[in-house]
Design a binder for this molecule. Structure first.
Ligand SMILES: Cc1cc2nc3c(=O)[nH]c(=O)nc-3n(C[C@H](O)[C@H](O)[C@H](O)COP(=O)(O)OP(=O)(O)OC[C@H]3O[C@@H](n4cnc5c(N)ncnc54)[C@H](O)[C@@H]3O)c2cc1C
Length: 424
């Protein structure tokens, strides 16, 4: 059963989101909820079945799912709530969240603090304007990773990989393990764009050639990829005539960069750094919108998942502190609510600590006139806190009531007081 208000809501359950939720709970946030669009917690780690995770934090060499499970266990043990198979559609700057899920339908939730940890998405063929025919067999490396490692499909037999990013190199090795042939990795830059350790362990160890300053000029094939035309480029990334080479293959994988997933952030009024593509953040990972924090690839693209976890912890701790301060601030005040036949009440809230010496006057306007005796009453739920009788109430004439000092104990116990103007 979802609550209407949470201390901290975390969007996304990758390593950034998991760490943020755990740290928020450990810091003292009461109600913490993770919303995840996938069916399971863990984010991209679930499809990273190779090792290399946790060396910094645990001094252990885990696979992605094992690394994720350590945090998922903590999430459950600490009593963090989770809403899976649920997509956050919109966030307002005052931290109102709209989400949709097969299980709970359309949900509107409020949070004292939000941690954005929606990760990143991969650049596609259209984004790098790759020319040629449009056959089947062109995938981003991450999609091929999901097919191979989670869905159990091998997306091709003979591959060319464009881009020397980590996901592409890791997939070159993975596909080789599965019996596929990786013809080549092409990289337009004069240097490797992924980690050297992945170059050694994934390409060199498996004799997969890497060609720097090379790109795909066009894709060839009608219903399925049949080949790509590779070409060498100059310093301005322009093809050098005469260096073209046709490489037969049935699949082209693209590993040409990640884009922080910030569509939701923009809707919440979060300002993005044009260089990183992620929000501008302070040392607690707070964005320009008070109470909205961000962690992981949504901020900038990380090399190591361990560092994503560290960033998530920082954001979760700061978000919890913010939420606790908000809660304490709210608890100091009693909200004045316009009840029956009342349009508004001023003051809108009372500071419990300053209710000491004088009676407190409340002013209001009624919605409908009542000719005849009326009660002006202040209630905490069904309990009467103060009442005054008068001969009539009219919208054009301001109505008031004094909260006497003897009612202050009752006022301090309340979260909100309702003011009604009703026939006597
Ligand atoms: C396709 C891909 C493959 C990768 N493969 C590797 C690899 O093999 N090895 C490696 O070391 N690193 C890999 N990385 C990098 C690694 O993913 C990151 O370093 C790390 O997972 C980032 O963690 P994160 O928490 O920021 O995001 P992620 O792990 O991406 O988690 C983000 C989560 O947010 C959820 N989400 C997004 N939008 C919404 C929404 N609106 N509502 C609800 N939920 C939402 C997503 O479903 C996802 O579960 C890969 C990255 C990508 C994108």
């Amino acid at each position: 059963m979802l609550k209407e208000m949470y201390d901290v809501i975390v969007i996304g359950s990758g390593p950034g989101g998991l760490a943020a939720a755990i740290e928020a709970k450990k810091t003292g946030a009461e109600d913490v909820l993770i919303i995840e669009r996938d069916k399971e917690l863990g984010g991209i780690l679930l499809q990273c079945i190779h090792n290399g995770f946790g060396v910094e934090i645990f001094k252990e060499d885990y696979t992605g799912p094992t690394y994720a499970q350590r945090f998922i266990s903590d999430v459950h043990q600490l009593g963090v709530e989770t809403l899976l198979d649920a997509m956050v559609l919109d966030i307002s700057p005052n931290r109102h969240i709209y989400a949709i899920s097969k299980w709970s339908g359309f949900a509107e939730l409020d949070a004292r603090a939000i941690v954005l940890s929606m990760g990143a998405r991969e650049r596609t063929r259209a984004q790098i304007r790759l020319r040629g025919t449009r056959p089947a067999g062109v995938y981003t490396a991450g999609t091929a990773q999901r097919f191979t490692n989670i869905e159990g499909y091998l997306p091709g037999k003979r591959f060319v990989i464009l881009g020397s990013g980590d996901i592409g190199m890791i997939m070159a090795r993975r596909l080789t393990f599965e019996g596929a042939k990786v013809e080549r990795v092409l990289e337009i830059m004069p240097f490797l764009t992924g980690l050297t350790r992945n170059y050694v362990q994934c390409l060199l160890d498996f004799d997969i050639p890497l060609q720097l300053r090379h790109t795909v000029k066009r894709i060839m094939g009608s219903s399925r990829v049949e080949a790509v035309e590779a070409v060498q480029v100059d310093e301005k990334w322009q093809p050098i005539a005469g260096t073209e080479e046709i490489i037969p293959c049935d699949t082209l994988l693209l590993s040409v960069g990640l884009i922080p997933e910030n569509e939701l952030s923009k809707k919440a009024g979060v300002v993005l750094d044009p260089v990183t593509g992620g929000p501008f953040v302070d040392e607690g990972m707070q964005t320009n919108v008070a109470g909205i924090f961000a962690a992981g690839n949504v901020v900038h693209i990380y090399d190591l998942v361990d560092w994503v976890t560290e960033a998530g912890s920082v954001a979760g701790r700061a978000a919890a502190k913010y939420a606790i301060a908000q809660r304490q601030e709210a608890a100091r005040h009693v909200k004045m609510q316009a009840g029956q036949n009342v349009r508004y009440v001023v003051p809108h809230r009372l500071d419990k600590e300053s209710l000491v010496e004088e009676d407190q006057k409340l002013q209001m306007r009624v919605i409908q006139p009542i000719e005849g005796n009326v009660w002006v009453e202040v209630k905490d739920g069904d309990e009467l806190v103060a009442r005054k009788g008068q001969r009539y109430a009219r919208p054009g004439e301001m109505v008031d009531i004094k909260l006497p000092q003897k009612a202050y104990d009752a006022v301090r116990k309340a979260d909100r007081l309702t003011v009604n103007v009703v026939p006597r």
